[in-house]
Design a protein around this ligand. Structure first.
Ligand code: NI
Length: 183
């Protein structure tokens, strides 16, 4: 296990479409090690989600840690996931707006509207088919990570750039007024 270096905005790996992982390769030592390393990396960087291209591996795989409701900290929305070759289906056209950040775009926060209920299908690290629904902030986290597999970052999804803030200013002016976080 090892901590991997996280690619930062401007690195072309973040703008490529990542490749599918052939099913027979999911249980390979290489992919299993990548998943272990991503789990170490996300913990050290204190991320909530991490996609393989962010650690310079252009393959369709992301992980998320336990996702809690930002409005209600003890409410678990989605337990930790490893998702390989994901497909996202929108279950609604209703959107929610949440503040997002990204380990590849450090120290910035911005408000991003996204569909607020999705169904995710893919494979787990053992190559078994998985299917789950994600709602609210969990839907946002999954879409953010899935976007990385298509070379998309959260800045591309912002309705406008006016909410973009440095973390320090975000904490001073916005996080102090939590009722302003979600619309
Ligand atoms: Ni990100």
């Amino acid at each position: 296990m090892a901590i991997r270096h996280v690619a930062k905005l401007g690195d072309p790996v973040l703008r490529q479409r990542a490749q599918e992982i052939p099913h027979e390769k999911i249980r390979s030592e290489e992919i299993q090690r990548l998943i272990d390393d991503m789990q170490d990396t996300i913990e050290v960087y204190e991320g909530i989600g991490l996609a393989a291209p962010q650690v310079h591996e252009s393959v369709r795989l992301f992980i998320t840690r336990d996702v809690y409701d930002p409005a209600e900290e003890n409410r678990l929305l989605l337990p930790a996931q490893v998702v390989i070759n994901p497909t996202i289906k929108f279950l609604t056209q209703n959107e929610s707006t949440y503040w997002e950040g990204c380990l590849s775009i450090p120290d910035l926060r911005g408000m991003v509207p996204r569909p607020n209920k999705i169904q995710v299908t893919g494979y787990d690290r053992d190559g078994r088919k998985i299917k789950f629904d994600a709602e609210g902030f969990a839907a946002t986290v999954v879409q953010h990570e899935n976007d990385h597999l298509d070379g998309i970052v959260f800045l591309d999804r912002m309705a406008d750039l006016k909410s973009l803030a440095f973390l320090k200013e975000f904490e001073r002016h916005v996080a102090a007024a939590p009722e302003e976080i979600a619309d």
